[in-house]
Design a protein around this ligand. Structure first.
Ligand code: EPZ
Length: 436
């Protein structure tokens, strides 16, 4: 099993291009099921979750041709869902269990074919993560669901989903995306209230519009979708990954340095930039030839100020950066109170940070970090994608050698993290002989 070996204490210097957003690309891939025409997606990150999602579509009978770009960190794919086996339409457990986002095929399949069989994802390292909000809304749209041998067996007896006026009882990125896709081909108009406003939802809506969907209220909490008879193919480039960008910002904030992020949307990580600015980092933004550039500076030896954060749905502070910010706060002067409000079990990185020397305490959904704390390298184990990134950041700070084990979690969502860090001067090696 691969691991990363990091020699810490080196500031990060240089430029790095941000890949396409994993969490935008996943629903965009599922959306290809809404049409028989080819869908061309560009600027997908070359990570294992994307390959898994493409495999889910292939298992449903979708044709897929993918190609990596020159640097190997991004890829494009052409998906054609023209000749699916409509008797089967089954998303199998062995794929779904490795990636919960597979549930996103349910809405498109029901909308286009009036039937679907999708394995329930099962447990997850960061919290319970039920899919009740997805299922409840689809039932209101006319789907009948049963759970049989671990699969959601869904049918639309009248053949076509109907539009509904629906208020989600909790903000959910995945449920908003699933129902948004389902509504594009439903009979009548759907209004989704308390919808997630994450940029990934907006990106999916823009892709759906390019396919011919009628959607209003994009990037607001109320989406109105007028169902159409059919959708066509499209070409779409997914947005830059704001969580990858935020991870690099945290790495520089924690380990010091001067780095320019290329192909980034600073407005989509404003909460993170504001936080790190209040901690003492310096930011500069400008327009480059290929999108916006964001420069972050923290001089070696410059003190950071500890700040409190609470995660919240967009535009609040992203839960997907909570772990990385905890690594930053171990280096800040003072007490930082970090509240996780989205997932109930997302502090597993904290115990590993303690092993590196961090001074922190967990109390339910709150972590209290006291800094600055010198970190010393040792072997730590990753438990999920963002926890892994945090341990890498801590390894960049720690004196001596840090080994981060189980980095297949990292490979699920970060395209070439160690090569990108190396290009910034970090001393990081992958050991174990696996693929990049
Ligand atoms: C998306 O997960 C992201 N994944 C997650 O990214 C991210 O952490 C999360 O949104 C929150 O921003 C993808 O986009 C593929 P939710 P999702 O539905 O859609 C509860 C990463 O590291 N809930 O917005 O599954 C749920 O338990 C990750 O890249 C229900 O109760 O998250 C949670 O407490 C991991 N019932 C809250 O809502 C439901 O039916 C928000 O979850 C659905 C969700």
């Amino acid at each position: 099993m691969d691991r990363l070996v990091i020699q810490g204490g080196v500031p990060l210097l240089g430029r790095v291009a941000i890949s396409g957003a994993k969490n935008a690309a996943l629903p965009c891939i599922a959306a290809a099921l809404l049409t028989a025409e080819p869908v061309q997606l560009r600027h997908l990150p070359a990570v294992s979750d994307i390959r898994t999602m493409i495999r889910v579509l292939q298992a449903l009978g979708c044709a897929a041709e993918s190609q990596k770009d020159e640097a190997g960190f991004d890829m494009s794919v052409q998906l054609t869902a023209a000749s699916l086996d409509t008797g089967e339409l089954r998303a199998p457990y062995d794929l779904v269990k490795t990636m919960r986002a597979s549930i996103l095929v349910l809405g498109p399949l029901l909308a286009r074919f009036g039937r679907a069989s999708v394995s329930l994802p099962g447990g997850c390292a960061i919290g319970a993560r039920p899919v009740n909000l997805h299922l409840e809304a689809l039932e209101r749209m006319g789907a009948q669901m049963t759970i049989d041998k671990g699969y959601v067996e869904a049918r639309v007896p009248v053949g076509r989903l109907r539009g509904i006026d629906h208020a989600f009882t909790k903000v959910s990125v995945g449920a908003t995306e699933n129902i948004l896709m389902a509504a594009t081909l439903a009979d009548g108009t759907t209004t989704l209230r308390n919808a997630a406003q994450e940029p990934e939802v907006g990106d999916l809506a823009i892709m759906l519009q390019a396919m011919g969907a009628q959607i209003e209220g994009i990037n607001t909490p109320t989406l109105t979708i007028r169902g159409v008879e059919r959708l066509g193919g499209c070409e779409h480039a997914v947005i830059p990954d704001r969580i990858e960008a935020g991870t690099f910002l945290c790495a520089v904030a924690a380990a010091c340095g001067d780095v320019v992020l290329e192909r980034v949307e600073p407005d989509q990580i404003r909460s993170v930039i504001d936080l790190l600015e209040r901690c003492g980092c310096v930011f500069t933004e400008r327009q480059g030839a290929e999108g916006r550039h964001l420069r972050i500076q923290r001089e070696c030896g410059q003190k950071l100020r500890a700040k409190d954060i609470a995660t919240a749905p967009y535009p609040g502070f992203p839960t997907d950066l909570q772990a990385q910010v905890m690594a930053v706060m171990t280096q800040a002067t003072g007490i930082s109170v970090i509240r996780e409000t989205i997932f109930e079990n997302r502090f597993q990185h904290a115990m590993e940070l303690e092993r590196l020397g961090a001074n922190l305490r967990i109390d339910g959904g709150t972590a209290i970090v006291a800094g600055p704390c010198p970190l010393t390298g040792c072997t730590v184990m990753a438990t999920d994608l963002r926890a892994s990134a945090t341990l890498v950041i801590a390894g960049l700070v720690a004196q001596g050698e840090t080994t981060v084990d189980r980095i297949y979690h990292l490979d699920r969502g970060y395209a070439g993290l160690e090569q990108k860090l190396k290009s910034l001067g970090a001393r990081v090696e992958r050991v174990g002989g696996g693929k990049v």
